[in-house]
Ligand binder design. Structure first.
Ligand SMILES: Cc1cc2nc3c(=O)[nH]c(=O)nc-3n(C[C@H](O)[C@H](O)[C@H](O)COP(=O)(O)OP(=O)(O)OC[C@H]3O[C@@H](n4cnc5c(N)ncnc54)[C@H](O)[C@@H]3O)c2cc1C
Length: 512
């Protein structure tokens, strides 16, 4: 058992019972990409483009995304990255860095460096790398004292232990997780009141000796078809009323659990070459609506149950949201740097890097990029110990970043469209360099400082950021993946340290 588990076990919890040891055995640490891919061939119920997918690792439109993630997992074994992105636990297992409980400011920074490395491999375009959820699981396990407040189901002490067991299971088996937090909105007015539709929202329909049975739908699970496990956690505000009790829970289960179905959107990987679709051909991470058809959740997989107020507090009270914001800010820095690089390359290719207007537009992107960097710096430098004995980066700068990036990224895309203009449409296919059009393409697609083929490659990349379906989904992702912008901004307002600023206004007014 890990030191985290040993430290956190609450007194009245019995040690692992036989069932837990069977369903959540400890593993050997980091996996290879091949091991990960083999694990995805587990009979999961995934639907895409009107049919059930027999094997997501072989399915056109999905296979390359899965293979890309596998290649990332392989990097954990590569000495170039290994020390930055993994750690060795007290039992000698090498595990992903995002699972390491930070005990110092240096640990927080080390986690930040690992997040940044992961993000750079895709320039932030494979947004949902496993470190995002790993960070959250680590935080929930480290703050498992919070879960001991549970009074329903198996009781808080057991649910806290469940979280620790789950953490040790996914950490030592290097499991890839997705999560789904949001009930589909059936009626906005009711949703605003914190009430959900019993026709569509995921809810507990029965309690049994073995666990709870849940039925309904959730959205959205980015990476769903490529994940081993799904966390079904609360996030939207649940009114603390009797009728919301069936909607209040946090649990996790393997993706191939009977009755769990993933209904995917269309793939943006349409089988094009990496030249023709440089991003979509590589970083299709897929999103899916999750449907639960009377699914049994064993008690040992339940972490919160039947207490809406406790559920509402969960991400904040455990500081899981802060660790997730940290991972996100590191990823967004890598993405913003990529956008700067892409725009500078385009400007230099056409000679517009001397043009005042173009420089002004790109410098706006540079400033956004450096704003993210300074948020990150401020947060890491002011890392501090929380009430659970875990070090966390300072929330304020990261919260600022997660509220601003959803506005920054669409503006970056807009600027890319402004400087790219019709060149984003002048994008012959790779095949046109090898057919009877090749002479024309070589002649008419040159730029002042780029040969035709390099120019087309560059603008195809820009097209995949600013115009393609893949690119538009990226913008939508940035706007929404962390939650509804209005709600996040409202929460920011609520916790902002307003009073000293208001006092200064009062002081001035008091002067008459
Ligand atoms: C590409 C993508 C990937 C995603 N991946 C995941 C994932 O992996 N896991 C997951 O759980 N979720 C994921 N999400 C879902 C995300 O959490 C939601 O999109 C987000 O929480 C908003 O919820 P919603 O889509 O139901 O929009 P709604 O709640 O319907 O909101 C629509 C609009 O109304 C605004 N609004 C909502 N409530 C209010 C209010 N009370 N007052 C004023 N305005 C309001 C919102 O700000 C938003 O602009 C993903 C979303 C996208 C687009």
């Amino acid at each position: 058992m890990s030191s985290l588990a040993a430290r956190q076990i609450v007194d009245d919890v019995e040690t692992h019972d036989a069932a837990q040891a069977k369903t959540m055995p400890l593993g050997a640490g980091i996996r290879t990409g091949a091991e990960y891919l083999a694990g995805l061939r587990d009979g999961r119920d995934v639907w895409s483009r009107g049919k059930r997918i027999a094997d997501v690792t072989a399915e056109p439109g999905m296979a390359r995304g899965a293979a890309m993630l596998a290649s990332f997992l392989d990097k954990q074994h590569d000495e170039t990255w290994q020390d930055a992105i993994t750690y060795v636990d007290e039992d000698g297992r090498r595990c992903p860095m995002a699972f390491k409980r930070p005990r110092s400011k240096e640990d927080v920074k080390a986690r930040g460096r690992a997040y940044y490395e992961w993000a750079k491999w895709s320039n932030g375009m494979f947004g949902r790398t496993p470190d995002y959820k790993n960070a959250s699981v680590m935080a929930f396990a480290a703050a498992s004292d919070f879960l001991t407040q549970g009074t329903k189901g198996p009781g808080g002490a057991q649910m806290a232990q469940n979280m620790i067991d789950f953490y040790d299971y996914v950490r030592t088996n290097d499991k890839v997780l997705t999560h789904t937090l949001v009930n589909p909105t059936f009626n906005h007015a009711r949703a605003k009141e914190g009430k959900f539709s019993s026709e569509v929202a995921l809810q507990v329909v029965e309690e049994t000796a073995d666990g709870v049975i849940v039925n309904g739908a959730r959205l959205l699970a980015t990476l769903g078809p490529f994940a081993d496990e799904i966390e079904v956690f609360p996030s939207t505000v649940l009114r603390a009323s009797e009728d919301n009790i069936p909607f209040a829970f946090a649990f996790a289960m393997p993706i191939n659990t009977p009755g769990l179905k993933l209904l995917c959107r269309d793939s943006y990987d349409e089988g094009k070459s990496t030249f023709d679709a440089p991003l979509a051909s590589r970083y299709e991470e897929m999103d899916a609506v999750v449907i639960f058809e009377n699914v049994l959740v064993p008690w040992e997989r339940v972490f919160l149950y039947g207490q809406p107020e406790l559920c509402n507090q969960a991400f904040n009270a455990t500081n899981a949201v802060v660790h997730m914001m940290h991972q996100v800010a590191c990823g967004k820095l890598a993405k913003a740097e990529f956008m700067v690089g892409l725009m500078c390359k385009i400007a230099a290719a056409s000679g517009r890097d001397k043009d005042l207007h173009t420089k002004g537009l790109i410098s706006e992107v540079m400033m956004m990029c450096e704003t993210v960097r300074s948020h990150l710096f401020a947060a890491e430098e002011q890392a501090h110990e929380d009430q659970f004995g875990t070090f966390i980066p300072l929330r304020g700068p990261l919260d600022t970043s997660r509220n601003m990036f959803p506005k920054m990224y669409p503006r970056m895309v807009e600027i890319l469209q402004l400087i790219g203009s019709s060149s984003l449409m002048a994008t012959p296919a790779e095949a046109d360099f090898h057919n009877e059009m090749s002479g024309d393409v070589e002649t008419y697609f040159q730029l002042a400082n780029l040969e035709s083929r390099d120019r087309v490659a560059l603008y195809r990349l820009a097209h995949d950021v600013a115009v393609s379906g893949f690119g538009n989904r990226q913008a939508l992702y940035e706007r929404f993946f962390f939650g509804p912008p209005a709600l996040m901004a409202s929460a920011y307002y609520d916790i902002y340290d307003k009073q000293p600023k208001i006092d200064r206004i009062d002081d001035l007014l008091a002067q008459g």
